[in-house]
Design a protein around this ligand. Structure first.
Ligand SMILES: [Fe+2]
Ligand SMILES: [Fe+2]
Length: 285
């Protein structure tokens, strides 16, 4: 198969080849366990994120193979993006095990992974590589806004610091995917309508796939499941979605999502606010 190189005019973002931070830089012993331990929503927010991040090598493998004809992208995915996502998983897992040692993370993760790995197939990816990059921008927008919300909800400085480090990584991932998208779009003439279609497909999927699977397994393995006042899964899920829906920085998310559509500046400006309002209504429903 022919391999494509990106146009030489393109300035690749600097690649350090190493993560911006390491696990050793986070002093988990400073965690304020007492402040976080009984905050149910933090348990579910951190555990679900730890599952999805830890499972990311499954879909990275698929993605690297998907971009085999674009070696620069495949190389970045394999050597920069994947190690960073896996580090997010390790850091979040360490946090979970620091605050909730009674939670059996390996058993819960194994159950989650068994189901999740079957969802991560090449069929899930956009056939058109340019549009898959749009889908990746949607995912990174989702994670960036998620960690921003987690940072603001954190009642412990160690968790706030961790969420901020991860958020910054996700924003950087978005920037890479967006730049790669722009180059492929130029090379292949992807239309605005195609981009909107890919955005729509990925946004619909985002609502009810990965997070639901992760949350269900976190809930099934929750400590003290037999306590009398233990709320059912749908109640836990509703509370979480309402909490997130009210706090997610949607204006910023909408800006990030609209960028690949490449609308004339005035039009983009005009529709940003109504879309943000609509998204908030949909999330709160
Ligand atoms: Fe991540
Ligand atoms: Fe990411």
């Amino acid at each position: 198969m022919q391999s494509h190189s990106l146009p030489s005019s393109w300035q690749a973002p600097p690649r350090s080849g190493a993560q911006r931070w390491t696990l050793e830089q986070i002093d988990f012993s400073r965690t304020n366990v007492g402040a976080v331990h009984d905050v149910d929503h933090l348990f579910y927010l951190v555990v679900t994120a730890s599952f999805i991040e830890s499972g990311s090598d499954t879909y990275t493998r698929n993605l690297v193979a998907h971009f085999a004809d674009w070696p620069e992208i495949a190389d970045w995915l394999e050597h920069q993006w994947q190690p960073e996502e896996l580090q997010h998983g390790r850091a979040l897992r360490t946090y979970v095990e620091t605050v909730w040692p009674e939670f059996d993370w390996p058993a819960a993760y194994a159950a989650f992974f068994d189901e999740y790995s079957r969802l991560c197939t090449v069929d899930e990816l956009e056939d058109d590589r340019t549009l898959e990059l749009v889908a990746r921008c949607v995912v990174e927008t989702g994670t960036a806004t998620y960690y921003e919300t987690l940072r603001d909800l954190a009642v412990d400085p160690v968790l706030a610091d961790l969420a901020e480090r991860i958020r910054a990584d996700e924003v950087r991932h978005y920037k890479y995917f967006f730049r790669y998208f722009k180059r492929l779009r130029e090379a292949r003439g992807t239309t605005r309508l195609q981009v909107v279609g890919a955005l729509r497909r990925r946004l619909i999927e985002l609502r009810d796939s990965d997070t639901d699977v992760a949350l269900r397994h976190a809930w099934q393995h929750r400590p003290h499941a037999d306590a009398g006042d233990d709320p059912p899964l749908d109640q836990v899920a509703n509370r979480l979605y309402q909490l997130l829906g009210a706090r997610l920085p949607l204006d910023q998310a909408v800006k990030m999502l609209l960028r690949p559509v490449d609308l004339p500046h005035r039009l983009e400006h005009l529709i940003e606010k109504p879309i943000t309002r609509l998204a908030r209504r949909v999330l709160a429903a």
